[in-house]
Design a protein around this ligand. Structure first.
Ligand SMILES: O=C[C@H](O)[C@H](O)[C@H](O)COP(=O)(O)O
Length: 229
């Protein structure tokens, strides 16, 4: 089974958690994209009723609308039943790094408030400690990017301003900010670092999601593994 097949497998498994009348946080990225398309099919086939998606990005919103998932915004809902999203790294305590797609801020706003936060990954995302393979994306106010990059040296981190691929210059997030990708040597205490980074003036949010994932579905060659806190 290849990586894409593993992503599809976990996306299909995630549908089992969706019931009628739910508000569902819709994550960003390639794994959740499979979930959104499958969810749209179930809604269109009348296998689910009164399910609304709450997108975490323009990518999720556009895909949901194309797939037949009706969308709502955060200020229209009283509660979020479940949020479904991918991750870039998952440690043994189910702490995460997210934000490869630069959607970390809206993802955290929604997933922090969801009744259940369900994470979908393939097995390549499992790590012994956060920071093992991926940098921590940090969304910053554009005017402050250079001073924050320097201030991150206090944490022994080296940070790069994320550059666009089909755009000249830096990536601009859905919120109009920049992203610094910060490489840390080894993140011993994710919760502590998450809080400390957010204390730097000019930081909007960072991609450490400590203590908020409830369930992680891992796509492996042998099938789906369920990890729970
Ligand atoms: O900003 C992007 C998100 O945090 C994604 O959920 C994360 O990068 C995982 O994406 P993918 O499922 O494509 O690996």
């Amino acid at each position: 089974m290849n990586t894409e097949e593993m992503k599809k497998l976990v996306a299909k498994e995630a549908l089992k958690y969706i019931e009628d009348d739910m508000i569902v946080g819709l994550g960003t990225g390639s794994t959740t994209a499979y979930f959104i398309k499958m969810l749209g099919k179930m809604i269109m086939n009348e296998e689910l009723f009164d399910v609304y998606g709450l997108p975490t990005s323009y990518q999720a919103r556009i895909l949901a609308l194309e797939s037949g998932v009706p969308v709502v915004s955060l200020d229209e809902v009283d509660a979020i039943d479940i949020a479904v999203d991918g991750a870039d790294e998952v440690d043994p305590h189910l702490n995460l790094i997210k934000g490869r797609g630069a959607a970390l801020t809206m993802e955290k706003i929604i997933e922090y408030r969801a009744g259940t936060f369900l994470v979908l990954v393939d097995e390549s995302k499992l790590v012994e400690y956060l920071g093992q393979k991926m940098p921590v994306p940090i969304e910053v106010i554009p005017a402050a990017w250079r001073v924050i990059k320097e201030e991150l040296e206090v944490f022994n981190a080296t940070a790069d301003l994320r550059m666009g691929v089909k755009k000249d210059g830096p990536v601009v997030t859905d919120n109009g900010n920049f992203i610094l990708d910060a490489k840390f040597e080894r993140i011993e205490d994710p919760l502590d670092l998450e809080i400390e980074l957010n204390n730097i003036p000019g930081v909007v949010e960072n991609g450490i999601f400590a203590d908020i994932a409830d369930i992680v579905l891992v796509g492996t060659k042998e099938g789906v593994k369920k990890l729970e806190r």
